[in-house]
Structures are given as structure tokens and as C-alpha cells.
Design a protein around this ligand. Sequence first.
Ligand code: GLP
Length: 245
Amino acid sequence: MNMKIVVEKDYQAMSKTAAAILADAIRANPKIVLGLATGSTPVGLYGELKKQYRQGQLDFSNVRTFNLDEYIGLPKEDPNSYGYFMNEELFKDINIPLENTHIPDGQAEDLEEYCRAYDKSISQEGGIDIQILGIGENGHIAFNEPDESLALETNIVELTEDTIKANSRFFNSMDQVPKTAISMGIGTILKARKIILLASGEKKAPIIGQLLKTRRINTMLPASFLLLHPDVTLVVDQAAYGEMN
Ligand code: GLP
């Protein structure tokens, strides 16, 4: 397996390791194109990047970013939208010009056209240098849910019951969780030059175990497609690595 595996003792150490990889890459290439993820997992990583920025060790003024996904129907001001999340967790505390940041617009008028334009704008910016990924408990990456087939390009996706349930922790009730989203496709993700997959906590141990054991790519395990990529680093904490150790 190509995947490089780094096991850290806890969430904080996982976040620091991932931040160190990103920080070095930003210093080496100040115009880097980053692919960013939402969810609980990268919050610590973003915290570390903000800290390094405050300490004058990082400059985001030429960095460009593309986010993986966004719920359809939520305005950017909605605290549950990924746009709001990115502002709160990262953008508002660093010197990245907002016009350099891209988050799929879940309120675009023509969503299909918008999805095509999103992939195009990634290519126009030169492609993603480093993509940060979390993983769903069901093996989804971005919002590419287990299914008979998976989209190659940025697309409109229907969320599975499992994901709606998992993500309902951020909403007042299950009914409020959007049922559809815009998500980068598997092909969009695999075009990134380097991928960092993060996982933390015992809830992720079963899926990480499955991923590391598999010798077959399988659309019912979307993360298995990462095994085709030549440069993936899995940064996990001990709890998510679980019994594999
Ligand atoms: C969400 C996001 C994914 C994220 C995953 C795990 O639904 N769409 O991009 O990686 O689920 O989330 P968490 O980090 O909160 O476990």
C-alpha cells in the first residue's frame, strides 16, 4: 500500500503533525492551492495554523483554497453551513483574502452548471497541491457516500441516513439537516498532488481498520479510492488507529 501512516498519541498531536506538514508546504510555496475540509476533525489543525499565523510564522496572503463540500440550501450566514464554519474556524483569523477562498455555493441557481464551473476553477488555479480530508464513519470522503457508483467530478449528492444522523449533532434536530450537498468528486480529490487524511477518536477506528485492511477498491468504501493515489499520508490518533497497532 502506498499510504504513509503516522500515528499520534492524541487529537492534539495529530493536529500538530498535520499543521506542520501544511505550514512547511505554505512556507515552501506561498502561492499554494490547498483543498480544505470541514467537520470536527480538522478544527485542531486550523487552530494550529492560526497560532502559527499569530506568531508571525505563516503568511496566507497568496494562499488559495478550495473546500470539499457544502450543504445545498443553506445560506453562507447559516451557522451550520460550511462557509460559516470556514470563516469561524480559520479565515477570519488569518490574512487570507476572501477572494482567494472557494467554498461550493449551496444556493447557486444552476447547481449542475455551478459544479462544472467549480472543477474548472480548480484547474484554472493550477490544481490542488495539498488536499486535507476527513473520513465519515461509513467511509465517505467529502460527501461521496457509499453507493453503486461514485461521481468523478464535483456533483450534487444525496446524503445517506447514516451521515444525516452523524451530522445532526450540529443541528437542533435531524429534520434540519439538509439531505443534499455539493461535493468534489472522487476524481477531483484524486487529482490533488498530495492528500492528508485525518482521523481521530474511537468512532473512526472501525472504518480506519477496514481501510487499512482492504486490498480492493470498492465504491461502497469511497475512501478505498485513495489507495490509488501515489501520495497519501494518513495522520491518525491512537484511538482511531485502534487495534491495528
Ligand atoms: C462530513 C464532511 C466530511 C468530513 C466527515 C467527517 O459529513 N462532509 O468532509 O470529513 O463528515 O466529519 P468529522 O470530522 O466531524 O468526523
